[in-house]
Design a protein around this ligand. Sequence first.
Ligand SMILES: *Cc1c(COP(=O)(O)O)cnc(C)c1O
Length: 367
Amino acid sequence: MKIPANRLDRPFLQHQLEYEESALRVLRSGWYVLGKEVSAFENEFATFVGAKHCVGLASGLDALWIAFRLLDIGVGDEVITQANTYIASVMGITINRAMPVLVEPDEFYNLNPDNIEAAITPKTKAILAVNLYGQACDMESICNIAKRHNLYVIEDCAQSHGAMQNGVMTGNYGDVGCFSFYPSKNLGAFGDAGAVTVKSEKLAEDFRTYRNYGSEKRYYNKVVGTNSRLDELQAAMLRVRLKHLNEMNLERAKICERYFDNLNHSALILPKIRDGCHTVWHQFVVRVKDGRRQALIDYLSANGIGSIIHYPVPPHLSKAYTYLGYKKGDFPITESYADSVLSLPLFNGMTEDEQAQVIETVNKWEG
Ligand SMILES: *Cc1c(COP(=O)(O)O)cnc(C)c1O
C-alpha cells in the first residue's frame, strides 16, 4: 500500500455529491466571476472566522501583497516577520518594494514575540505574523507589541483556517487576515483562491475596488488596481468545504492524536502546542535529530511512504533573496529547522490502516 504525503482526491470523495451538485449549479447559471456564490461565501467565511468583513481574492499571495499595498506600505518601509515562513509571506512584502526584517521563530515554529522589539526601527510599519503549520502565533503578545509601537498587524492565515488562541480565531487579530484556499490548505478549493478578513468597512471596500481593476462601478476606475477576482466555481466549492471544515479539522486532529500516542522513535522530535492555542494541524511536522532526516526520507520512500520538507530553503538563503544580503548562519534556529523538519502523511480521508502503517514503519526504522 502506497501512502503519499498528501492526497487531494480523498477530501473530494468525502463530499463528492455536494461538490458536483454545486459545480453544476454554477456551470448552468451563466455567471462565472464575482457573483452570488462569491458574496455568499464571503458572508459565510466572515461568520465562520468571526470577522466583520471578508473579501474574496484570487490567491493567498494576492491577499498579502494587496494588504500591504492598501496600507501604503512600500519603498522605505520595513515589515517584521519570521525567518522560517513559506516564501510567499516574504514575497507579499517585497512585491511592494518594502523591506522584510526577519526574526527567529519560537519552539512552536511561529513568530517569537520576544524577538520583535529588538527588530523595530523608525521605518517599521507592520508585523506579519504567520500562523504556520496550523497553529496560531502568540497573537495576543504580538498585538500588544504592535499597539505599543503603533504598527499594523497582518496575519498570514494560509495554514490556519479555524486555528485559535484563547478562543479567538486567527484572521481576527490583525488589521488584515490573509487566507489562501490553494487545494492543499485546510479549506482548499479546486484551483487557486484566496481572501482577506478585515475589521474596517473602508478597507474592505478598498479591497473590493482594488481586486477588480480599481473600479467600483464597471468601466469607471478610481485607482490603478489589479485583477484578483474570485470565481463562482471556486466560491461554490469553498462553500461546500466550509460547511464541513470543523469536522474536517477534527478529523486531522484525530490523526495527529494517533501519531502522538503511537510514534515512539527516539530520533523524532514531535510538534508542541502552545498553552491556550488550538491548532488545526495543517501539517504534522516532526524534526529528525542528528542529520538523519535524509536517511528517514529514503527509508520511508523505499517503504512506499511519502513525506515533505516544509521548507528546505528558508527565504533568507533562497536565491530569489540574494539581494537582501543575508548569509548562512544569520538565523541559526531557522536554519536548523530547515535542515531537520519533516512532514508526515496527513490528509482528510486518510484511513486508520494507512495511519497504522506510517506509525509502524517509522517506529521500525533502524536509523
Ligand atoms: C500557501 C501559502 C501562501 C500563498 O498562498 P497562495 O494561494 O499559494 O498564493 C502564503 N503563505 C503561506 C504561509 C502559505 O502556506
